[in-house]
Design a protein around this ligand. Sequence first.
Ligand SMILES: [Zn+2]
Length: 82
Amino acid sequence: MSEEALFRSADLIEPGDLVLYHGSIRTHHGLWIALPCRCSNCTAFDELGLPMSRFALADPWGELSGPHHVRRTSVTRSTACG
Ligand SMILES: [Zn+2]
């Protein structure tokens, strides 16, 4: 695998991936499950066939509701899930 392909696979976030949130809501910093954002804006984009660009974050333990409409740049795919 080339270095470029390696970088791309590490950069890609898919629904259900474990991610580290480091965006503007400091109290929510930490590990979350990334899901496609389902707000009206993102649903409209989805219907136009545009790729998922915003995420809704779910607590891996199902206890907290996380932030939604999170920018791609506010999350990093966790290496913990290998
Ligand atoms: Zn959204």
